[in-house]
Structures are given as structure tokens and as C-alpha cells.
Design a protein around this ligand. Structure first.
Ligand code: SIN
Length: 299
């Protein structure tokens, strides 16, 4: 663990807790059973959670009852929090929380209804993309609403030789606005971005293959949502390679599909995974609170 993370991790007043880390049957993800985040997490328990996050990439904390302040405080122990550019969807009094929701009240979306409509890594369109995100269930639909995660370390490790050579040492552009206005889920609108917002999401360049700063593993770092082109290649070749990389990333064997249960809090690693919101029927209410932790510049 880095010195900075270690310093953030001390919460000495919290009592040790007895909890289990149960890896899922596939390669990605683990459930945390018996830990109550509302009670606080001491340094030793935090170290276990941190290790599990690096090993399994997505942790599902079952049966949590935490306030927005508690979600923010726990998230902050992993790093600085990022405030989403769509200010109209931030929780009142808690700008660190983005409301992800398809609910419409008084003719207005109360949250970002189509967050995650394409596979992506959170905030890869920033110079400092996200380390990880925590998504905490508030209201869940009776049908649909799953979130899918794809392991980009596995995708990189199994890359066909020709594709590996084609992307070696390459960089790609990421843009928040690339597919911003494309509709996928019924009934949800996206506000027109102001000049100030557009300036906050100017295109950035990242390596196509990144090295995870904590576990040292390589991972593909491109997505259908935000990656627009590979630098130094003709447009059609860049498009073709991005399509191949995407098809290869989301192969069945790389994926964990999260079917939400009431009071789940899911914490994933954006340096290791891309994710997708599967969507749910428009008439069913879905609302979750997301915090986004800032990571390092990819290398
Ligand atoms: C997201 O991409 O942050 C949202 C995922 C979801 O709503 O399932």
C-alpha cells in the first residue's frame, strides 16, 4: 500500500470486524459478507479490503445501511473524490455524490439516467481518470438494472499476438462528448453542456495499454464509450482495431454480471475493469449513489 493510502486508512476508533471475502465463481469479483461499513473500518480491516479490491477488482458489500456522509468518508480513504461535470445530478449538500437514476419527477430527471450506457472506465476522459467508483443502491427495479464488469487485465493477457503488436506503445484519445448525445435508454435526457463544462472535458490522450500502479499488471485501457481514435493510425485502421479490442475485451469469460440486491454497495477498480449498465424497463424506478475516486495519470 502506498504511504498516502496508508495515511488515509487509519480510523483507529473503529472496532475490528469479523467478515468474509468470498470470491465469485468466475475470475472477477468478490462478495464482502458481515462487514458493517456504518460502524467504520479500522486500519487492519481496511488493509484486507484494499488487498481484496486489487485482487478481485470488484467488491460487493452486502446489506449496507450507510448515509451519504459515510459513503463519502469511506470513499475518501482510497483517495481524493472527483466531482462530476453534470452538476444538476449531484446530491444536494453532497456534491461528491452523483445520482444515477432513471426517475423523472415534475418532468425532470433526478439523476443521470443513462450513466454507463456504453462500456467505459469512469472518467477516462480526464487527465487523471478514476481509481475506482462506489455505487450504492437506493431503489432497485424488480426487473433488469444489472451492471456488467469486464476484466481488462485478462483481456490484455489473452490478446492475440497481431493485435498486441498493433497496439504496443500506442496512445488513444478519450472524449466525454464522443457518444454523449446518443440515446440508448428510453425517457432520459442529457443536458446540453455549457462552454464551461465542455472546457472541463476537453479530449485527453492515454496509453492503449496501461500498467496498474498498485498491482503492476498490464490492462487494456480503451472503451467503446469514450475512446475515439488511436493516434498515428489512419482513421479506418484505428476504428477497425478499436472494434477488435472491444470485441475481445467483452468476451463472456472476462465478465462479471452484477444483479443488484437491496442495500448492495459495489466498489470497482476503473484501472482494471470497464463496466456497462444493462438498463431496465423505463417505467421501473432505479436510483443509486455514486462516488468516484481520483486515480493517477495512466502509464
Ligand atoms: C455507471 O456507469 O457509473 C453506472 C452503472 C450503472 O448504473 O449500473
Amino acid at each position: 500500500m502506498s504511504a498516502a493510502l496508508n495515511a488515509l486508512s487509519s480510523n483507529d476508533s473503529a472496532q475490528p470486524q469479523t467478515f468474509e471475502i468470498r470470491p465469485f465463481a468466475g475470475a472477477v469479483g468478490a462478495e464482502i459478507i458481515g462487514l458493517d461499513l456504518a460502524k467504520g473500518v479500522n486500519a487492519e480491516d481496511f488493509t484486507r479490503i484494499h488487498r481484496a479490491h486489487l485482487d478481485h477488482h470488484v467488491l460487493v458489500f452486502r446489506d449496507q445501511r450507510i448515509t451519504p456522509d459515510q459513503q463519502i468518508a469511506f470513499s475518501r480513504r482510497f483517495g481524493e473524490l472527483q466531482i462530476h461535470v453534470l452538476k444538476q445530478f449531484l446530491l444536494t449538500g453532497h456534491p461528491e455524490i452523483l445520482i444515477v437514476s432513471n426517475i423523472i419527477e415534475n418532468g425532470q430527471n433526478i439523476g443521470l439516467g443513462d450513466a454507463g450506457k456504453f462500456w467505459h472506465s469512469d472518467l477516462s476522459y480526464k487527465e487523471l481518470p478514476s481509481l475506482g467508483s462506489m455505487l450504492y443502491a437506493q431503489e432497485l427495479p424488480s426487473e433488469g438494472g444489472d451492471t456488467l464488469f469486464a476484466d481488462m487485465h485478462k483481456a490484455y493477457d489473452a490478446l492475440p499476438e497481431a493485435l498486441r503488436k498493433a497496439v504496443e506503445g500506442r496512445q488513444a484519445a478519450h472524449s466525454y462528448t464522443a457518444r454523449y448525445s446518443e440515446t440508448k435508454f428510453e425517457g432520459n435526457w442529457r443536458p446540453t453542456l455549457t462552454a464551461e463544462q465542455l472546457a472541463q472535458v476537453a479530449e485527453v490522450i492515454h496509453p492503449v495499454v496501461r500498467t496498474h500502479p498498485e498491482n503492476g499488471r498490464k490492462a487494456l485501457f480503451v472503451s467503446e464509450g469514450f475512446t475515439t481514435r488511436i493516434l498515428g493510425l489512419p482513421e479506418d485502421e484505428s476504428r477497425e482495431i478499436l472494434q477488435q479490442l472491444h470485441a475481445h475485451s467483452v468476451l463472456e469469460e472476462n465478465i462479471y454480471r452484477h444483479q443488484w440486491q437491496p442495500n448492495d454497495m459495489v466498489f470497482w477498480d476503473n484501472r482494471s475493469l470497464i463496466h456497462l449498465a444493462a438498463g431496465c424497463p423505463a417505467h421501473l424506478r432505479r436510483k443509486l449513489y455514486r462516488t468516484t475516486i481520483q486515480g493517477d495519470a495512466p502509464f
